[in-house]
Design a protein around this ligand. Structure first.
Ligand code: DLL
Length: 433
């Protein structure tokens, strides 16, 4: 089953011809509209007219999250603000978020790609989609929502949290599809058990999970506990949001990346050279249809490999392997992206706190937890306990307010946290996915 059979099954020569045409027009647009790209292309000695084959892509400069940060908030937009109809944002590496804007056409394309993704996952018109991705600046909620409506399915805009109510609605409304992070689905399974609800008696058939890393072992656990087929969906706000790539239910082996909108390359994250199909490296994506914020060779930092062989489901679009990590230190805690540097800058702004800290991430009962261990001023330890408690509370509150993540602050005496002679080890991630 396809949502847009013609485009999803385009033979490779036709697909590549379309990619080249779209890429040329995108380059001409960003050269004209985005000063950052005009400078970068001039520096690389490439003008819109000298771009004649897809192989030329490797001559183009990369774009990084840092570039987006430096152009905060709208510097990379390629259309006037009058044409932007939606703004989303995700975590930046320090204080400010990464901002993305969508034109009406961008929203239409995103909705279509999410609808295609739903169909690839085995979802159809008539399904009742229980959408527990967060609605807000995060792209998960609205991305899945618009895709569900474009498909013509019924969507329940649950957003995250209030798990007991989620279970009740799922039961009473006859939800057939669940969309949320994989860890939240397992948390729901636990909550349902406590409520005496057996997933085998619900109507759920398919779950579409992403926004954080997960594993085959976790898929097996989810499929057993929720009695559903669990599908991996990938995306990132900088490129669009959810629906950049998805597994098809035919084989659940590799995620089709919608190549009529995105060009995928795999590079060595250290040296930057392109790696051949099948070899793991960092995924680099070029958007070829985006209007609001088109990106050239965006370094996602996600580690995967790519396979261009036509697939048995009939789709011709390449498949990327399940994400196996990141080439930077970004953590995803309960679906929220967090960089250690963000926590560091919060800690450094609090009086009495020393610049030595350790983040300990764990997963208990399918919920991520974060402990922030930090050394504090010697004087504080000889002080009253209530001062220490107040400081711990301040740290926890600021991290929650600024990053949206709940944590436990543990204050330790000076020189407790191991020093390193090289790169400091700031994170211990005990989660076994
Ligand atoms: O997480 C978009 C999304 C929403 C994808 C709902 C899927 C479902 P960001 O908040 O910008 O966007 O985070 C993007 O999350 O670079 C990956 O590191 C990670 N990520 C997303 N999907 C997967 C996945 C959304 N299926 C970052 N497996 C990405 C592993 C994933 N990691």
């Amino acid at each position: 089953m396809f949502f847009n059979e013609e485009f999803e099954t385009l033979p490779r020569p036709a697909l590549e011809a379309l990619q080249l045409k779209r890429l040329q027009s995108m380059i001409a647009r960003i050269y004209k509209q985005v000063p950052f790209y005009r400078t970068a292309l001039d520096k690389a000695g490439i003008g819109p007219e000298s771009f004649n084959s897809l192989a030329d892509l490797r001559r183009l400069p990369f774009t990084t999250k840092q570039d987006l940060r430096e152009s905060y908030p709208y510097g990379m937009f390629a259309t006037p603000m009058e044409d932007i109809v939606r703004i989303h944002a995700s975590s930046g590496t320090t204080g400010k978020p990464t901002v993305v804007g969508y034109t009406k056409k961008d929203i239409e394309n995103w909705s279509e790609l999410m609808a295609r993704s739903f169909v690839a996952a085995g979802v159809h018109k008539g399904d009742i989609i229980h959408n527990s991705y967060g609605y807000g600046l995060f792209t998960g909620g609205l991305g899945a929502h618009y895709g569900a409506e474009r498909l013509g399915a019924s969507v329940i805009p649950m957003s995250g949290g209030n798990t007991k109510k989620q279970i009740m609605i799922m039961q009473d409304f006859g939800s057939t599809v669940l969309t949320c992070t994989p860890s939240y689905s397992l948390f729901m399974a636990e909550a349902a058990k406590e409520e005496g609800v057996d997933f085998r008696n619900l109507h759920l058939r398919v779950g579409i999970f992403g926004a954080e890393p997960w594993s085959e072992a976790m898929r097996t656990e989810i499929e057993e506990k929720l009695n559903i087929s669990a599908i991996d969906i990938y995306g990132l706000s900088e490129i669009m949001g959810p629906g950049v790539a998805i597994e098809c239910d035919t084989a659940k082996s590799g995620l089709h990346i919608w190549e009529d909108h995105f060009l995928a390359e795999i590079i060595n994250p250290d040296a930057g050279e392109i790696l051949p199909p099948g070899v793991k490296g960092e995924l680099v994506i070029t958007t070829i249809t985006k209007e609001g914020i088109p990106l050239l060779r965006y370094r996602t930092r996600d580690i995967t490999s790519v396979d261009y062989e036509p697939w048995r489901c009939g789709r011709t679009h390449a498949r990327i392997a399940r994400m196996s990590g990141r080439s930077d230190d970004m953590l995803i805690i309960r679906g929220v992206n967090v960089f250690p540097s963000q926590i560091e800058s919060i800690l450094m702004g609090i009086e009495g706190v020393e610049p030595h800290y350790l983040l300990i991430v764990d997963r208990k009962d399918n919920l991520d937890s974060l402990e922030v261990q930090v050394e504090v001023d010697e004087g504080l330890f000889s002080d009253e306990i209530k001062h220490l408690q107040a400081l711990a509370h301040t740290i926890e509150k600021q991290i929650k307010d600024l990053l949206g993540v709940t944590c436990k602050a543990r204050l330790v005496e000076p020189r407790t946290i191991a020093r390193s002679e090289g790169k400091a080890k700031r994170v211990i991630d005990n989660r076994k996915l």
